[in-house]
Design a binder for this molecule. Structure first.
Ligand code: BGC
Length: 362
């Protein structure tokens, strides 16, 4: 067991040179955003991944709160956990890798049980994005996905802008346009441990999610279509509750997910401007993370599939439930669920969402 002190001691940045490589005919690199209070976010153009995220704890020590690796080679060797990455063209699952749009059925690669997950076998997480440093706080990433790539129709041009502010927030603005009707659901897959990456369980973290309902799933984690009330279930996070308290509760949905791996229906639906939808706090470090988004949903994934086989930046193994993700999104399998908010994007329209992670201490 490491405590927050040793987690803090490991809070240094990976070396840029270990992210500079020729890949798919492009050059990858590492970009560092830093604000006046020393909050530092390192991002690689490979997958647009957040590699490190250093924030102060209640004693002013810098803690790296996100899981990841020290080199591009390690990311190339393990793409399955989606550490810190941008996810597309469609984040989360599409049932049996099939959907029908305007009367035409499209077939996607199956890479998660019987389903297609996170954009297929080589999603946006495994692509080299074109990076442009706008200033020392702002990084713009662009990826052009060809018509038919991973089975999706339409050439999709996606731009993601990461902006770090002096209020210790990282804003992620996503935009996309297409030349044919398609489906889009973009997110970031950062894994957080507010005691420091590699520092053990997140069971003590207190989580609030502003959602009266969630989308129950079948045993392959595809939504049934129902929007079920959280009231009286282990999914009621409307008041801050330790993540570990009900993670093994005797509830069929907890069994399907092997713990928490569910989409929450955020109160207020999709919004024009981001509003706060979740807060997580660590009693140990006093680090508080607020999540704001324009999206109608968030996948709360409790790190159930981490199994200790991967060693992260600090050299410590990433054990089961030693991190959590809050992936802001449209609901899983929306292309097959007429009752869910639409993920269809048509030529002439611009896909536009914003998510903000803000850190403070208490
Ligand atoms: C999914 C999990 C999956 C993880 C890593 C999450 O978005 O919901 O089931 O294991 O991503 O792929």
């Amino acid at each position: 067991m490491t405590d927050s002190t040793s987690a803090s001691a490991s809070a240094s940045l990976p070396r840029r040179i270990d992210f500079q490589k020729d890949l798919d005919g492009k050059k990858t690199d590492l970009y560092v955003l830093k604000n006046t209070s020393g909050v530092t976010v390192a991002i690689t153009s490979y997958g647009g991944r957040i590699v490190s995220w250093l924030v102060p704890d209640k004693n002013g020590r810098m803690v790296d709160v996100t899981l990841g690796y020290n080199s591009l080679d390690e990311y190339l060797n393990n793409n399955e956990s989606y550490f810190g990455t941008l996810v597309g063209r469609y984040g989360n699952r599409i049932a049996k890798g099939k959907f029908t749009l305007d009367g035409k059925t499209h077939t996607l690669p199956i890479n998660n049980g019987p389903n297609s997950l996170h954009g297929g076998k080589k999603g946006f997480n495994a692509r080299v994005w074109d990076a442009r440093s706008i200033d020392d706080r702002t990084l713009e990433l662009t990826y052009v996905s060809a018509d038919g790539e991973e089975g999706y129709p339409g050439k999709l041009t996606t731009t993601v802008v990461y902006t770090l502010s002096d209020d210790n927030s990282l804003k992620i603005d996503y935009t996309a346009t297409t030349d044919k009707p398609t489906v889009v659901n973009l997110t970031n897959h950062a894994y957080f441990n507010l005691n420091g990456e590699g520092s053990g369980p997140i069971a003590d973290h207190r989580l609030m999610i502003a959602a009266d309902r969630y989308t129950p799933v079948d045993e392959t984690l595809i939504p049934t279509g129902e929007l079920a009330p959280v009231e009286g279930t282990p999914f009621d996070f409307r008041k801050p509750t330790p993540i570990g308290e009900r993670a093994d509760a005797d509830h069929p949905q907890i069994k399907h997910g092997g713990g928490y791996d569910h989409n929450f229906v955020l109160n207020g639906g999709q919004t024009a401007t981001p509003r706060r939808i979740a807060t997580v706090e660590s009693p140990q470090t006093g680090i508080v993370m607020d999540v704001s988004t324009t999206e109608p949903g968030v996948q709360f994934y409790g790190g159930n599939f981490l199994d200790g086989s991967q060693k992260g930046k600090s050299g410590n193994a990433y054990e089961k439930r030693s991190a959590f993700c809050l992936e802001t999104q449209h609901f899983p399998d929306s292309p097959n669920q007429p009752g869910f908010p639409s993920t269809v994007l048509r030529p002439g329209q611009t896909y536009k969402t914003t998510t903000i992670y803000t850190f403070s201490t208490k």
